[in-house]
Every structure is written in C-alpha cells, then in structure tokens.
Write a protein that binds this ligand. Structure first.
Ligand code: ZN
Ligand code: ZN
Length: 403
C-alpha cells in the first residue's frame, strides 16, 4: 500500500497555489501515488477483486494487465457511448492507448491517470471515431503531467497524404495557435509529436518493442487501404486490438493465442437500419461489407478461440445489446464481453475479471510529478502591445502573490 506523506500533501498544495519550492526526498513512488486524497490503493489478494473498479484504489499486480474501454460506440456518439479507444496498463508501469476516438479523452481523464506515462498511442485507422480526440489528448495530457513528446504509431495509406504522418503533421499545423499560447507555461517537450508510420500491408511485423513489450500490426479491410489491427504481448499475456474490418485472414491467423481478443461486433443489418433510419440495403452494406456484423464476429472468435472475446463498436441500448448478443451466440459460444464505455478487464494467467469502472463526474485533475514541474520551459507568451493597449481601465486585477 502506498500513502501520501504529509510532506507530499504539503507540496501538492504548494503546487496548486503556484508557489515555487523544492522538496528533497521525492521518490519514484510519487508518480504512482495519484489517488484523490482519502483513497488508498490496495493490493489485490488471491484474485479477489472489489465488485466495481474505483480508479486509483487498486495496485496493478506485477504480472497483471488492465484493459479499460474508454470508448466503444459510433461516430455519432452518445453520453454513454463515445467513439473508440482502449487504454492498456501493464504491471511493469507501461501504458498504451489504442485509438483515441472522439469523446474518449473525458473517460481517460475520469480515471485520473498518471499522464507522465501516457505518451504512446497506436492508431488503427484514421476515421474520426478512432482518432478524433487526438488533439484533445495531446494538449490535455500536456496540461496534466506529460513533459515528454507524445509518440504516435500508425499505418501508412495508399498515398502519402492518406497516412498517419500526414494526419499528425497537418493536425499540428491546424492547432498551431493553441500550442504557441501554451508553450512557456507548459514544458516545451510536451508539445512535441513523434510519429512512426509503418506499412499498412505488413503482416504481424513488430512496430514497437521496448521494456519487454512487443506490439505487432497486420492489415484490416475497411473503407480504403490503411486500416490495421494490433497485438500487444508482454509477460506471457497477449491483447489484440482489432481495427475496423470485414472478417479477414490475418486477424484469424495472428490473433491466435490471445488472452483478450477485441474486434468490432457491429450492429446487424436490421438493427442498424432501425437505429439510423436507413433502408435495409444500405444497412446491410455497411454492417456486412464495411464492418463485421455480430455473426461474423462470432465466426472469427470461434476460429481464434481467445480466453475472452471482446466485441465493441455499437451503442448498447437494451434492444441493440439483445440483437448483437443473439447474433454472436449463433456462431460463438465461448467467453464473451460486449464492451460498454468504462468496462475494465483485469488479466492475469489465472484470472480474467470484467467489471465497470465507477468514476466521478467532476474528477479532480491529476497531480503532476516533480519532473513535470522542473521540465524546461521557454518564455511565456502574451498578446502584443497593440492588443494589450485595449485593456479596460474599469477593472483592476488583484496583486500577484509573491513567488
Ligand atoms: Zn472506421
Ligand atoms: Zn469505426
């Protein structure tokens, strides 16, 4: 169990007040110690977990993987189902984001994570429901503890302008104003983006290998060339994150041996037609040619035989849930979770535990570490003299507190 020391509490308060200080005796446990005051993280013993997952109240086991669905829905998101994103935490302290669909950053923040460690995101493809919160995650993480460059891994496209590198570089140009206003106030390196674009056609090739974690990619079939799936292997555990796809050979082959195999389980044609008000032909095309309907998902999982299959990419209203479950069960009778937002899956060699996260609507921003506070910053920016000359004399701000 880790506890905040009184010294640490004092230092956090000082940071909140913007008071410059230096504290000796900071330890590595500081960054791990990110629970709201009043909560203590506990070790899980003998595989007995609390019924709900309260963020920052459980110490992840050294051999354990925790997967949290940050977004499981559609591009036209709802409060209960934002667009696709999965957050993977490992017992070695590493953290990974797979896709960052629109709306998913709110769910990430609701976990009050240590943003200094959230510096790697992997894109399956460049649909907005998979990468739409890229900008918010870049800036939000920078504001909340990340003082190093954000690393992005993603596929090439059929042409250079359809690849991940082009997406990131052009996005960065589009929010240049935002980045400039914050640079100086925030650590310089946190603004930086480091893109690794790889060949979308590569088959089960390593795209990331550090700290005993290996991530591979293979192609998916969806819309245009340039959708991929990933596997993450660490410590004898394997998580597969499926990009949007028509059922494909590569997934069946390379997802084999997965502990958790996630893959879309899109609404079946009739339910999709009802949901969107589409005619059945359009719904059938989208559900069974562009995506994988539940029956197709079930067939894939019957071939892959993971320890647990995880379906996502719908809005699981009661009627949608029923339609998807019935479709899956026609073709697959193995272990299954149809993921909603903020479903949490703990994985060890002995256990797979599926729970809901219980989060605060008005969660506090996460604490930041000393390295973030001390990280180099350039000069703070401000409007020009000609704009500042327009300041209204009818208001006088309070004196600045002494540093
Ligand atoms: Zn897509
Ligand atoms: Zn999608």
């Amino acid at each position: 169990m880790q506890k905040r020391s009184p010294k640490l509490i004092k230092s956090v308060a000082a940071v909140a007040l913007g008071i410059a200080f230096s504290v000796s005796g900071f330890t590595a446990s500081y960054a791990e110690d990110l629970m709201p005051l009043g909560r203590s993280a506990m070790e899980i013993k003998d595989g007995v977990y609390p019924a709900s997952y309260f963020p920052n109240t459980e110490i992840l086991g050294a051999d354990e993987m925790r997967i949290t669905a940050l977004g499981t829905g559609m591009p036209n998101q709802t409060k209960a189902a934002v667009s696709i994103s999965f957050y993977v935490e490992l017992g070695n302290g590493d953290k990974f984001l797979f896709d960052v669909g629109t709306g998913s950053s709110g769910n990430l923040f609701s976990l009050r994570p240590d943003f200094s460690k959230i510096d790697k995101m992997f894109f399956s493809h460049l649909h907005v429901d998979h990468v739409g919160d890229f900008m918010g995650m870049h800036v939000g993480g920078w504001l909340s503890g990340r003082y190093t460059p954000l690393r992005i891994f993603g596929p090439s496209g059929a042409t250079p302008e359809l690849g991940t590198k082009s997406y990131v570089e052009n996005m960065k140009k589009a929010y240049a104003w935002d980045l400039q206003t914050r640079s100086g106030a925030l650590p310089d390196d946190g603004a930086k983006l480091d893109v690794t674009e790889f060949d979308y056609m590569q088959e089960n090739v390593i795209v990331y290998q550090e700290n005993d974690v290996t991530i591979r990619s293979w192609p998916a079939i969806h819309g245009l060339d340039g959708s991929v799936s990933y596997s993450l292997e660490w410590n004898g555990l394997k998580y597969v994150f499926g990009g949007d796809t028509y059922p494909n050979n590569w997934y069946v082959k390379y997802a084999a041996g997965a502990d958790i195999a996630s893959h879309e389980a899109f609404l079946p044609p009739k339910a999709l037609a009802t949901y969107f008000g589409w005619d059945l032909a359009q719904a059938t095309y989208v559900s069974t040619r562009i995506h994988s309907e539940p029956k197709a998902f079930g067939k894939v999982m019957s071939a892959v035989k993971p320890r647990m299959a995880m379906g996502y990419h719908s809005v699981l209203s009661p009627e949608n849930y029923q339609a998807i479950l019935e479709g899956v069960r026609e073709t697959y009778d193995g272990p299954l979770v149809l993921a909603r937002d903020l479903v949490v899956v703990n994985v060890t060699k002995d256990n797979i535990v599926v729970r809901d996260a219980n989060v605060d609507d008005y969660v506090l921003p996460p604490d930041v570490g000393k390295a973030y506070i001390d990280a180099p910053r350039s000069d703070e920016k401000s409007p020009s003299d000609k704009v500042n000359a327009g300041k209204w004399k009818g208001y006088t701000p309070p004196e600045m507190p002494k540093k």
